[in-house]
Ligand binder design. Sequence first.
Ligand code: AKG
Ligand code: FE2
Length: 225
Amino acid sequence: MYTSSSYLTISSFLNEEQLEQIAQAQTTAIYEDGKHTARDGAREVKNNQQMNTGCTAYSTIQQVLLTAMNHNGVFRNAVLPKNIYPFLISKYTQQMGYGWHVDSPLMGNMMRTDVAMTIFLNDPEDYEGGELELQSSTGNVLYKLKKGDAVCYPCTQLHQVREVVDGERHVAVTWIQSLVKVAEQRKLLFDIQQVIDKLFMQDRQNLEAKFLQQSHSNLLRMWCE
Ligand SMILES: O=C(O)CCC(=O)C(=O)O
Ligand SMILES: [Fe+2]
């Protein structure tokens, strides 16, 4: 599930019903210049539109997205969310993009940003260009996922949204403060959790799984803040 070092993709993060609710809401949405929510060097390279957070559509979409997050075990186990920043609902039309930047380390009420997340709200066939490009030690990686899919990546990484050449790109983005600050530690915990889940699926009383769960619990206690 981790495609590169610690980038997590979640397919069908949103189901058909949730996507439909979002699409309905989007028809009445009000958008404004995305530069309002960027700071320092990011402001100059940010060229997109964002949904006005005061409109009814925004509240509806926010609710749908939070519900999806709460129900997603992979997201919870991999990201270990402590605080979630309100979603930005963005739209990139022709020639829009967001050049190389790093996200603010602190947002809102001094919330530390550990994990960034992009949820794709329309199909990759709907637009040309518009890939989310992430810096990685083994070469840059591009994400242009299916409608309803999501990608999570550590906020330590430089990234950009390549220019949309044709069509429209719709995404929801947010930032999460994790219970575990260090990405490598989160990845270890997630890997162990997946093995535990598999073993318990075969046998609810598997003793090795219980020992592994003990180690997982104690590591989480050691690393969480
Ligand atoms: O649209 C995306 O996939 C990411 C946008 C982004 O980097 C940001 O809003 O900071
Ligand atoms: Fe960003």
